[in-house]
Structure formats: C-alpha cells, structure tokens
Design a protein. Sequence first.
Length: 156
Amino acid sequence: MTCDELFDAWLGRGDLPPGGAEHLAACPSCQQDAEAMTALASALRAHAAPEPPPWLSRTVLRSAAPLLAARVEPVPRPAWRALAVALLPLPLILAVDWFLVRGAHALLSGLLPDALSLYLAGSYAVLLAALLGLTYAAVPLLAARQLRPPLEEHHA
C-alpha cells in the first residue's frame, strides 16, 4: 500500500483501512502525518454533505444545454430498408444452392460409395449455409455503417 492509497482510503472510510496499520508502522512520512489525518478524518465525519437545492439540477441543465446541443449525434435510422433489399434474393439463392447440393450428390453417387457421397454433399451444404449465414449476418452491420455520418478529419 502506498502513502497516497492509505490517505485516500483513510479519508474515505474515516478510519485506517485493512493493511493501513502495517504501512503506518513502517512509514516515517505517514507517521508524521497521522495526527493531522486523524483530525481531518474526524472533521469530515462530523460534517455531513449538504443536500443540494432542488433548483440546482434545472440550473445546471439549462447552463449545459448549449454544450449538450453542440455534442448531439443523430440517431441512426433503422436499416430495415437495406435489410429488406438484401433479403430479397434469398429464396432464389436457397433454391440454387438446393439444386447444387442435389446435383453434387447425384454426381458423386455414381463415382463414390453412397455414404461418402452423402458426406461430401452434406459438407458442401454446411459450407454453403455457413457462408450464406455470415454474408447475411454482415448486412445489418454494413447498412448501419453506411448510415453513420462520416468522421470529421482534423488537421494540425
């Protein structure tokens, strides 16, 4: 524990924190300040923090309104339109993939044992499904990124 950590915890708690007595016994600098810290901690404990007046929050918000208005960022619009356009060709893509997998299985069945051809066609179907899922999972992210305003460039 450092001297600063000891004094911060001492003032915050009002008494020595755990491990503070060992530090105080070993540190001559803290031993010199211990009496003043005890008096300060008891004075802080004796006086409670005053309640803020009810009008203070309105006054603070009113005075901060220009700063808050300058920092307002527009709320992004939902990307439903972009998502709907992206999902439009999905049935066609799924139909093409279905015929590709069936064709691959029929072709491989003539060349390889049935179990192996089914395994290869199934692996191909899983790969297509994973790629399609990743592609369509990225659509909302890309749409939201396009709707975001461009970053301001600051030059020195």
